[in-house]
Design a protein around this ligand. Structure first.
Ligand code: SAM
Ligand code: SF4
Ligand code: SF4
Length: 343
């Protein structure tokens, strides 16, 4: 009990200090690789040609995790590219857990049925991407059998109670009619689901971006299903922004810091993966100096009205950070994504 309390304080006090007092990031987004094993219709990141030689070593990752932990970052999210392509992924995650991070990973799930045993015990939150139901998902991601692998990955998590899977469901032009199928799938699997509209990557995914009218219908239905008790975990306010396309004040650049596969530190990226503001190599990056600099404050202020994406975690924590965090702690399902295991 006392040990649990100490752990929660060690974890929660710096987070609250960064979030509410100093205005520094508490979320660390790391791309362990830019490589990808899929060629999705929605995303062009697979076009990055960097291979393992360009990637941060485990040792460098360990070093940078320590640096950002000291600076008050408490939640590590791995993404990419496809993080499961790193053969030392479980070592990266166990290094993060040993430091004390809450760990999350966003994945296409293709390799999880094969590698889940090594990865899932080290994760607190598993975000499984779904672009559609059944064969529609497989078509949009160009991979027969992928939908079944996502379902299998989520089912695998039942063997690891500290790992909380969640579906991250994009809404695309051809999937606006699949909201019910996806929400009922989440209910059957006993997991939460978050919906978000796919963002435009001009010249790459123009045809699949749903027009405003389709989004109004799709998110109107998501709101109805949530009221009916389906396990939709987007806050009502975020769903309303997604339904109406209203602009929002983005806090993400203030609360999150990102590091790419080469070790470049940056503030957020657009839907095509272009970094919005680069801060240089992680070895030269001094969080204390940068986070208190006028340049940092300027970047954070300028990006408040960016509105280039509508990813769930960004919209949820938009507007008032205090309100966003309060809803995260009040909602049991969001609570699980934020507190350390045992907290
Ligand atoms: C870039 S992927 C990287 C992680 C992993 N490869 C995956 O597919 O989950 C991270 C998330 O971005 C979402 N995504 C991809 N293209 C997008 C776009 N154009 N707009 C919004 N989200 C997008 C994916 O569906 C996924 O949930
Ligand atoms: S969405 Fe994920 S799996 Fe698909 S191309 Fe982008 S990085 Fe790869
Ligand atoms: S709107 Fe999206 S892309 Fe723009 S700063 Fe916020 S999180 Fe980043």
């Amino acid at each position: 009990m006392a040990k649990g309390l100490i752990k929660t304080l060690q974890w929660g006090v710096p987070l609250a200090r960064n979030a509410l007092i100093t205005g520094r990031p508490f979320l660390l987004y790391l791309k362990p690789t830019a490589r990808c094993n899929l060629r999705c219709d929605c995303c062009n990141r697979w076009q990055n040609e960097d291979g393992p030689a360009e990637e941060l070593t485990l040792e460098s990752i360990n070093q940078l995790l320590g640096k950002f932990w000291k600076a008050g970052c408490r939640v590590l999210t791995l993404w990419g590219g496809e993080p499961t392509l790193r053969s030392d992924l479980s070592d990266i995650l166990s290094a993060a857990k040993a430091i004390g991070f809450r760990t999350a990973m966003c994945t296409n799930s293709y390799l999880l049925p094969r590698h889940g045993e090594a990865i899932l015990p080290q994760l607190d939150v598993l975000l499984c991407s779904l672009d559609g139901y059944g064969s529609r998902h497989d078509e949009l991601r160009g991979t027969p059998g992928l939908f079944d692998r996502v379902v299998e990955s989520i089912e695998l998590c039942t063997a690891y109670p500290s790992c909380h899977p969640k579906i991250w469901a994009s809404i695309q032009r051809d999937t606006v009619d699949q909201v019910d199928d996806l929400a009922y799938l989440a209910q059957r699997l006993g997991v939460g689901i978050e919906f978000f509209p796919i963002s435009l990557i001009a010249g790459y995914n123009d045809e699949i971006v749903p027009p405003a009218g389709h989004l109004e219908t799709a998110f109107g239905r998501v709101i109805e299903l949530k009221r009916k008790g389906l396990p939709i975990t987007n806050p009502d306010r975020a769903l309303e922004i997604m339904r109406t396309g209203a602009s929002f004040s983005c806090n993400f650049p203030q609360i999150a810091i990102s590091v790419d596969h080469r070790g470049e530190v940056y503030t957020c990226e657009d839907p095509a993966g272009n970094q919005l503001h680069g801060w240089g190599d992680h070895q030269q990056f001094e969080p204390g100096e940068v986070f208190s600099s006028p340049e940092w404050r300027q970047v954070v202020t300028n990006l408040k009205h960016c509105n280039l994406c509508r990813l769930p975690c960004m919209v949820e924590l938009s507007g008032s950070i205090m309100r966003g965090l309060a809803s995260a702690f009040v909602s049991r399902k969001l609570w699980r994504s934020w507190l350390p295991s045992g907290g």
